[in-house]
Design a protein around this ligand. Structure first.
Ligand SMILES: [Zn+2]
Length: 198
């Protein structure tokens, strides 16, 4: 029998749904927050603000509070080069290298037959639509060096072969098993410069 009031258990459950948290950390975060009432208020306000303002760019699926994200809306970014990434945090990582002046396309995940994630679950159809309508010349696959990242890269390179575009993949400076998110800027920057054609 749970001795906690409902509202506390609900908050624990919400934290528990986040990746990499688990019930113990969820409980610790909840108790910590409940003991800091001022922070709790600004946390609640931020969540509320996020809920009302969050949008996904209609072109690349990056997070935004507008119809288009600031990168797609920027006339100086090259729309004919698309860097394909799995997650929002990967856009941040590539942006920090300062080496890329094209646009992005977020797949919202990677292929994973074990977890039941198929091409239909990712924004792949939307990518081919962009290639067909935006005069895209180059696709750079900036995907994690994992089984899922490799599977996704192989699938995409086969699928995109029918288009008259250059397809490249980040160079192997990135160690196997590494996430783009956690790759340092220097390594990522050199992997981007030395990308290899597929
Ligand atoms: Zn965008």
């Amino acid at each position: 029998m749970n001795h906690l009031p409902d509202f506390i258990q609900k908050l624990i459950n919400e934290f528990d749904k986040l990746p990499g948290i688990g019930p113990k950390v969820a409980t610790r975060l909840t108790f910590n927050l409940l003991h800091r009432k001022d922070d709790l208020k600004s946390f609640a306000d931020s969540l509320n603000e996020a809920y009302t303002q969050v949008n996904f760019c209609t072109q690349c699926f990056n997070l935004t509070d507008e119809k288009l994200c600031s990168i797609c809306a920027n006339p100086h970014r090259d729309k004919t080069i698309i860097c394909v990434v799995a997650h929002n945090q990967d856009v941040d990582s590539v942006e920090k290298t300062g080496e890329f002046n094209g646009t992005y396309h977020l797949l919202n995940g990677l292929l994973s037959p074990l977890e039941g994630i198929t091409p239909d679950n990712l924004k792949i159809k939307e990518l081919t639509q962009r290639i067909e309508s935006d005069g895209v010349k180059e696709i750079i696959l900036a995907l994690d060096q994992s089984m899922e990242g490799e599977a996704t890269a192989i699938y995409l390179s086969k699928l995109l072969k029918k288009y008259p575009i250059a397809i490249s993949q980040l160079a192997r400076g990135i160690p196997m098993g590494a996430n783009i998110e956690y790759t340092d800027e220097v390594t990522l920057s050199s992997a981007l410069k030395n990308r290899k054609k597929l």
